[in-house]
Design a protein around this ligand. Structure first.
Ligand code: GLU
Length: 469
């Protein structure tokens, strides 16, 4: 039997990293078993579903490289299939029309709340004959419910082990608002069956739906898929990960400049541990190493520092020309040349956790920030001393030809003087003159990136500032 899994997101928001991790685990499990991974958009809730979110889900999965097999399935396009099964359930007296109004149900819920019972509706309308119900339906609205049998349900969850439910707590489960408007539990069961899903791997928040879905499967005489409920993703303070903790949707991570490879690697490590301490895996290795049964039961912490460090490790593996392409959008406003981008990439690659960080790190290369004169002073050196030292540097640099103005030459030319006068005294004002910042890469690296002309300009500017003050 071919293993088939699916991700079934509702297009009611941008793709959350939790959904992406569920997709990833489904993908890994399917691929390691030479099976198939499907995408089903659960858009039966027409009020909340939006095309924009469907597009985002599709783009996010593509960006991550989690390609699905077969055509995308849209639940809303399968309503006629859901209808056939609903009709069958009614005909076989496994489902019935419930005529209670919303007000009546709310009243019932209120009363149960007073008795501290969680809401369930056991409906006496299940005893109406179908003829009578159809007659009544001409004048009144009704929803369709399953005649929930009273029993215990147990199933083996691949992560949580044996799980038991008492169906007495469920009441008669709602299946559809009418024959043409199926509800979530019915639609999921029918679609999973029709598309031959063998393993339902989803978030733990769906655990309460599982007994309901098993009852519907039993009523329709469907084979029960295997279940695996994944632990939730928690923030560092152990609350549920949400917007207030920062980026949560895949598109935000993409915009911040994370690499899809790093995201995949990181997401696998939320709630799952490899056998050894290895941390860096590519997708192929993950397909081999991943083991659903070793997913932990407890919530997995979303550790953003770990994501940054993994991303940094992947960035460091890229050559500067590749990095240049990724950082270009963040430096767009400076119209950098390709050569400048490559130099900047080379200079900062080890320091970058995300590509968007390049803007704060490297803007000074393209536009000298305004800085205070006193920043030029190393250990309270007087102005005259700074001027003299910058003049010395200037004349040494002016004597180097433009073609040989590289890191080696500037180092060889300036270092003997720096050792002689004092490194801080010579190199600090130079570095500040070039960067305008209290912290930056070394002056030799900056000279290299800026080139002779711009470097000389910036030193002259510092001297002017000193003269004017
Ligand atoms: N549509 C559901 C959701 O977005 C998933 C249903 C399932 O995986 O069974 O949470």
């Amino acid at each position: 039997m071919k293993i088939r899994t699916r991700i079934a997101p509702s297009p009611t928001g941008y793709m959350h990293v939790g959904t992406a991790r569920t997709a990833l685990f489904n993908y890994l499990f399917a691929k390691q078993n030479h099976g198939e991974f499907l995408l089903r958009i659960e858009d039966t809730d027409t009020e909340r579903s939006k095309k924009e979110f469907e597009t985002d889900i599709v783009n996010s999965l593509k960006w991550l490289g989690l390609n699905w097999d077969e055509e995308l399935i849209r639940q809303s396009e399968r309503v006629s299939i859901h209808k056939e099964y609903l009709a069958k359930l009614i005909e076989n007296k496994k489902a019935f029309y419930c005529f209670h109004t919303i007000e009546e149900l709310e009243e019932e819920q209120k009363n149960q709340a007073l008795e501290k019972i969680s809401f369930k509706h056991e409906c006496e309308h299940k005893d109406l004959s179908l003829d009578k119900a159809l007659e009544k339906l001409k004048k009144e609205n009704a929803i369709i419910r399953l005649k929930t049998p009273h029993k215990k349900i147990t199933f083996k969850d691949l992560i949580r082990g044996e799980v038991e439910f008492d169906t007495n707590l469920l009441g008669d489960i709602s299946l559809a608002k009418n024959l043409d408007t199926p509800l979530y539990n019915l639609a999921v069961v029918v679609d999973d069956h029709e598309t031959q899903i063998t393993h339902v791997i989803r978030g733990e928040d769906h655990l309460p739906n599982t007994p309901k879905q098993i009852l519907i499967q039993e009523a329709l005489e469907f084979k029960q898929p295997e279940y695996a409920h994944l632990p939730l993703i928690l923030s560092a303070d152990r609350s549920k990960l949400s917007k207030r903790h920062g980026a949560v949707s895949v598109n935000e991570f993409a915009r911040l400049g994370y690499l899809p490879k790093a995201m995949l690697n990181f997401m696998t490590l939320i709630g799952w541990h490899p056998k050894d301490d290895k941390e860096i895996f590519n997708l192929e290795e993950l397909v081999k190493e991943f083991d659903l049964e070793r997913v932990q039961k407890a919530g997995g912490i979303f550790n953003i520092e770990k994501l940054k460090s993994i991303n940094n490790q992947y960035i460091k593996e890229l050559v500067p020309a590749e990095i240049a392409k990724f950082i270009a959008p963040y430096l767009d406003m400076y119209n950098p040349t390709e050569a400048q981008l490559i130099k900047v990439a080379h200079l900062f690659k080890d320091r970058l956790n995300t590509f968007s960080e390049i803007k704060d790190l490297a803007s000074f290369v393209f536009a000298l920030p305004t800085y205070e004169i006193k920043l030029l002073s190393w250990k309270d050196a007087p102005k005259e001393k700074i001027k003299t030292n910058l003049q010395i540097v200037l004349s040494i640099l002016e004597n180097i030809s433009e073609d040989s103005f590289d890191i080696d030459t500037t180092t060889t030319e300036l270092m003997p003087k720096a050792n002689n006068i004092g490194r801080g005294d010579l190199l600090w004002p130079l570095r500040v003159a070039l960067s305008g910042m209290a912290k930056s890469p070394s002056p030799f690296e900056i000279l290299d990136v800026l080139g002779k002309k711009e470097s000389i300009n910036r030193i002259k500017k510092a001297l002017e500032k000193l003269n004017e003050s």
